[in-house]
Design a protein around this ligand. Structure first.
Ligand SMILES: [Zn+2]
Length: 577
């Protein structure tokens, strides 16, 4: 399993799925219900939010792949974002393209969910910038946004909260903002203007805009030492957890303040903040929610519906995935593993090996016909009404390579009965590289006396080169570049007695770390020598009901090698068992 291959595929997509006639804006949709398929703008996202997505996606994919692919596009994103820094608080504002004007806004405004993406994009560009001038410019922008958020923030006791929207002109910070859980849903929507439906259970939206800010704020604190960023991250974490506690969601664990992507993004952030400002209550809250999503929403291989309940789904629609939710389950799982819940490594490994990477389009799509296929056309009205000028039909069968399933079925990147039938939402294509980077960063970690291999993926760093052989063989090789102890996590399904360890082909005793750890150790492996872990691959089949249909997967080790029924349009896992 080589994450670098998937990062290169992402770069290929990110470079080609933009519109040079309109400032290189990314395309939010790929519509395979049209023949030929089309890249289509959804300006609610493409005007600002997707610029941030593309920026963090390209920076992350460049870092994982070790290339500077799509660099021209990354620079275009930076340029377009700068053109929209037109209002107060260091935030980024809608341009004249924005259809949000049609929704009752008469002024440019800033949508915090877009600022979240831009903050993440600036931070990763800063982290990997080789040019001192670019680093300085980015630092100035990031610090300005953090300072602006600090001024813009509403504080109640130790809690911090951001309104979702900031008008650019004549904006006057209100003194009478109240926390969202004190408001009925209707008031909330009227106050902040975002045209989401009120939660059908009568709960207000805490919104992904608020929770999504936590993780990048923590990352900025870690990179720059900006303490305001950390103070805001900890305060927003308290708001999120308190909101849930008020609603009794700790005993009845449901996300309910956003779609799955939004909730899991917030869970990731709360766990990241907890590394610096530990609150056991927050840790347990995040663990409980993550376990709920893994056990009750996701499949065994990481397919996860866009929403945790069917409340948002039209009766004619089948729950379809959002690739972003899979990515965020992986990101939150990584944070839980770092917090000491070692069993989450196994889930991270399974989801990463399978849906997160295998639902990425990996080769040019063979043109197919939709003759006789019944499409759910409830939500398609949204895409059908986009004007001709926002559509691009050129060579989309080829340009779609590298995109990640956005409304996909468990066995197929496309779902004719999913929300937005036969479409991909490219927020997911942009979010995948962030997941790849987070996995890459944690897969192999440095220890004072050697290396720790947490995830059995191919890897290369200054200490060692790791080579994986699944699903062909249960074999992991760690070639050391400097002398050190090698620790390797053994999957939860391997019997202890079946693990063998070799150094340069000679068997050594298998030493285990104390439980609950599942790591074996080879001590003091000399530079230039290779420690090899050998283990038998478990073979099994699993049947589960997903989105109302039964699917049977065939596994070798942690890899799904077949699914039945197989996909029909852009199959995931190579088809039938
Ligand atoms: Zn998405």
């Amino acid at each position: 399993m080589d994450l670098r291959k998937h990062a290169r595929l992402s770069l290929r997509f990110l470079e080609t799925a933009t519109n040079p006639k309109m400032g290189d804006l990314p395309y939010f949709w790929i519509d395979f219900a049209r023949n030929p398929p089309e890249l289509v703008h959804c300006m609610v996202f493409d005007d600002v939010e997707n610029l941030g997505r593309w920026l963090y996606a390209i920076a992350a994919a460049q870092a994982v792949s070790g290339t500077d692919g799509a660099e021209t596009t990354r620079r275009a994103m930076l340029r377009e974002i700068d053109l929209r820094r037109t209002g107060p608080y260091g935030l980024v504002y809608t341009s004249e393209y924005s259809p949000q004007f049609c929704r009752g806004f008469t002024e440019h405004h800033s949508w915090l969910w877009a600022d979240r993406s831009i903050l993440q994009g600036w931070i990763l560009s800063y982290r990997f910038a080789r040019d001192g001038g670019e680093r300085a410019r980015l630092r100035e922008r990031i610090d300005a946004m953090v300072a602006g958020l600090n001024e813009f923030a509403v504080r109640i006791g130790p809690c911090v909260f951001f309104p979702s929207l900031a008008p650019a002109k004549s904006f006057r910070k209100r003194d009478d903002y109240i926390l969202p859980h004190d408001e009925p849903a209707g008031t909330w929507n009227a106050l902040y203007g975002w045209a989401e439906p009120a939660d059908p259970r009568g709960l207000p939206h805490l919104s992904d805009s608020v929770g999504g800010m936590i993780a990048p704020l923590v990352e900025w604190y870690e990179l720059s030492g900006n303490e305001t960023a950390m103070e805001l991250a900890a305060g927003v974490s308290r708001t999120i957890v308190d909101f849930h506690a008020v609603k009794g969601c700790l005993t009845n664990p449901v996300g309910c303040f956003s779609n799955n992507h939004g909730v899991l993004n917030a869970v990731t952030g709360v766990l990241a903040a907890n590394r610096h400002v530990p609150e056991r209550r927050h840790l347990l809250w995040a663990k409980t929610l993550w376990e709920f999503y893994v056990a009750r929403c996701a499949s065994s291989f990481g397919w996860a519906p866009e929403n945790e309940t069917v409340d948002y789904t039209h009766p004619l629609e089948r729950p379809s995935c959002e690739g972003c939710a899979t990515v965020d389950m992986v990101r939150a799982g990584l944070e839980l593993a770092r917090a000491g819940f070692v069993e989450s490594w196994d889930v991270v490994e399974r989801f990463t090996r399978n849906y997160m990477t295998q639902a990425q389009i990996q080769r040019e799509v063979e043109p197919f016909s939709l003759n006789g296929v019944a499409l759910n056309d409830v939500s398609r009205l949204g895409i059908e009404c986009e004007p001709e000028a926002l559509r691009d039909r050129k060579d989309v069968w080829r340009r779609c390579v590298g995109a990640l399933a956005g409304w996909g079925a468990p066995n197929d990147v496309l779902d004719p009965r999913g929300r937005f039938a036969m479409c991909v939402q490219n927020c997911c294509s942009g979010h995948l590289p962030l997941g790849l980077l987070n996995v890459w960063d944690q897969a192999v970690t440095r220890e004072p006396d050697g290396v720790r291999v947490n995830l059995l993926f191919d890897h290369d760093n200054a200490d060692c080169t790791v080579s994986d052989s699944q699903p062909a063989e249960g074999r992991l090789e760690v070639r050391m570049k400097r002398k050190g102890t090698v620790r390797v996590r053994i999957p939860d399904w391997v019997p202890d007695g079946a693990v063998r360890l070799e150094v340069d082909g000679r068997g050594i005793g298998t030493a285990w770390e104390p439980r609950p750890s599942r790591y074996v150790c080879a001590n003091d492996v000399p530079a230039g020598c290779t420690a090899t872990v050998l283990y038998p691959l478990r073979e099994r089949t699993l049947t589960e009901r997903l989105g109302g249909e039964l699917y049977t997967t065939r596994w070798k080790g942690d890899t799904v090698v077949g699914i039945d029924p197989g996909g029909r349009f852009i199959p995931v896992f190579g088809g039938g068992t």
